[in-house]
Design a protein around this ligand. Sequence first.
Ligand code: PLP
Length: 506
Amino acid sequence: MEIPAAAQAVLSRLPKGVARRLEGVLDKLPFVGDLVRAEKKKVSDSMRESVRKHRPTELQFDALPQAGLPQAQVLETLRTLSARESPMWRDGRVSGGVYHGDAEHLRFLDEVYSLYSQANPLHADVWPSVARFEADLVAFTSKLMGGDAKLEDDERVVCGTLSSGGTESIMLAMKAYRDLGREQRGIKHGNIVAPMSAHPAFDKAAHTMNVELRRVPVDADGRANVAAMKAAVDGSTLVMVGSAVSFPHGVVDPIEALSDFAREKGIGFHTDACLGGFILAFAREAGFSAPRFDFSLPGVTSMSADTHKFGYSAKGTSVVLYRGRALRRHQYFTTPEWPGGLYVTPGFAGSRPGALIAMAWATMVTIGHEGYVKHTRAVLETAREIRRGIEGIPALRIVGDPLWVIAFTSESVDVYRVLDEMAKLGWSLNGLQHPAAVHLCVTLRHTQPGVAEKFIADLRTSVDAVRGTPPPKDGMAPVYGLASSLPFKGMVSDLLCAYVDALYDA
Ligand SMILES: Cc1ncc(COP(=O)(O)O)c(C=O)c1O
């Protein structure tokens, strides 16, 4: 199904509703509809097949086994599966994913988990220690992110809560702004102004919260364009957003200029430091320069920073912070009339895993400030070495001026095919689009001896391999090719959903 580039450009600029209707009309046309359906089926069949091929076959069931299996048998199988899957991340071949992963640290975390496996902070009376761990995590993070006001200063104190991850932290902050906007400014249909590079969690938040997300194009270096961001703000803007650092290109948006503007306008400013907070907070002490991004800037009114990324704990925790208790109050949810009792939760979840909170707390207090500085130095030094290595490959060009999430593109080779060649050599990197690029998020896993050198050597091999061979039929290159050739983003969404279907149904 080939659609000329000029037509694609026009179609892709159609408003969402019009595009969806047009797509619906096309779908009903006898010949075109059949063609579209056949193409979609071909792609979803091949995704299903690819998922099936990679699925482990040990202990497969059609339904819950009638009689329970012996624990020893299940444990043995889990050991086999885990041993098969761990070399890839353990040996430092995954972009992001596992941020610490050192064996001794993991053993320690496992022990902490086992002590708190039943804990649930919904019952603060039963597990008061978990409630304290949460308060400590928020206080530690607040101080690291520039919060310096006294606890009794309701308006200036940087306070917050824990959440299940970056996405939940962002969604909670956006809910707080929506509800504050409704209450204080009478805004019924508010909007969020964010750069194109901001994480999809903002789309999810806007969609769920029924507010508009205004995505603003970024500059060629991947950073938010201040003038364009300012122009997108109007009387219904609830909050502006900047990333420190952005997921795609690992760059810090001009947070100072953006948050100053937000302050002038009397609106909120959220720094998404999910990925960058726990590196940038220590960068200067580690000997690297880093722009200001946190509550030391008076216009920053909320932040998200993930303890489960460069905070080095296990997956499942993040910190969301607010300047002032009033804003945080709009995050909470209360149900005072419920027959089940007086009910209040700080976030979206009801019951929560206390063990993950205990692990995050235990991680932070055992690593300590000095440990974070040391880890930050290791990550940034390794990233600098990798960046220099990439700059030494003439076919590749680094996007922007990144610190440790390093994106590269190419004018002379298909960078998605480089991604596929790297996958053949055992690397799991991230494909990016607009422009077509690939990134590596450097973690402590890559600071192990020899990993940076191997990455660069394999990258050279992959670029060379792409040059002399015809395009393959499988891998990510054809998928990204198809995604960019589809005229309606709804069709790309359908394919993405088909992929999730395949994961659950295969
Ligand atoms: C900048 C940024 N924000 C938010 C998120 C979302 O975090 P999570 O995957 O924990 O929900 C990510 C994840 O990579 C991120 O890089």
